[in-house]
Design a binder for this molecule. Sequence first.
Ligand code: PMT
Length: 402
Amino acid sequence: MRVILGVTGCIAAYKSVVILRLLQKSGFEVFPVMTRHAQEFITPLTLEKLSGNKVICGVFDDRSTEIEHIALARRSDLLLMAPATANLIGKMAHGIADDFLSTLYLSTTTPVVLAPAMNVEMWRHPATQNNLQMLRKRGVVIVEPEPGYLACGEEGEGRLAQPESIVQTALEVLRPVKSLLGKKILVTAGPTIEDIDPVRFISNRSSGKMGYAIAHEAAQRGATVTLITGPTYLPAPSGVRVLPVRSAVEMRDAVLSHFADADVVVMAAAVSDFTPVTVEAHKIKKATASSVLQLHPAPDILEEIGKLKQSQFLVGFAAETQNPLENARLKLREKRLDLVVLNDVSQPGVGFQSDYNQITVISPDGECEDLPLLPKHQVAQLLWDRISKRLFAIAPEGARGA
Ligand code: PMT
């Protein structure tokens, strides 16, 4: 496991040495990054000698052909900012990239852990608290500072958390508790393909990325996961049983044959709503073809399993381009869902094919939570947090369903 240790300019910067050592003891390779102000407190040489890796301090440190912040972001498993100043927190919250560390944050898709350290009034300031709240919503894990005697001579919260608890948090983030151990989870992903003849078909723009990320995250959390997927170009997520299907009918049959056994079903697939009445055995010739294609409705899988559900926790998606909230709530009710994930696919860069997604999670009790635009693997993490909260809070074995 590789950790980028971001060190910013405050008196607690010297503790980054202890954090680095503890990370190494836990088996991590550490890549230190320092801001200009951090170098006023400790020298890059200290962290370089201890880590055995070059310490990056500036955007133009390396003139090789690689774009360094992108390359480093891709090579690592975690970005740990410790200590993190109010200035860095503000820049992260607002997407300001004016040095190597803040640029790195914008280019990373790994989990991010932040251990703030600052004066008590700076910590309590609404600007700092609002910025932290924005980052929490994006999935950044904050290791809260401790109360105590501060370098400025004042007392209060703001002292960097103990290095041991910072490293412990890093470990927990990277090796998440197997919170879904023993749960059987069924996920659908990708498009369906409705054949017209041997060379033509009706399909849609789903890449499968969202559903695969959901399946992968459930497996990471210890669940036994079956992924029923329409045709995609994605590699199978590790630890997941993958069942490939082609059409809506095939997906329906596969879902129905695994449904009774599932604890949770997440329907992220973009299933065709219509399918041709007949599939021609041979390529339709232009000269003899009718200009009208006869279609009939494809099975609505989610509606069917909504009717069948007993103790299963059912999560549906709603990909909408008009009246998104209204339509998503209608799906939640009509299909007897426990959660609906609204995907407003009219927004550019969101939903189909993108590596990013922005979802709104809506529950039957009226709760409606907008999550920020995030890489799909992070969307999957936040979605499982929301599902787990409800699954374990409101679903003592067999209590739901009616
Ligand atoms: O695959 P990606 O490129 O990563 O894109 C992700 C996504 C946009 C496909 C995904 O986030 C998403 O929104 N999936 C649902 C797409 C969809 O078909 O939405 P819908 O509103 O048409 O369907 C509502 C729900 O009913 C969905 O859970 C769908 O799986 C299910 N459905 C739809 C039609 C049908 N015949 N049977 C179904 O079960």
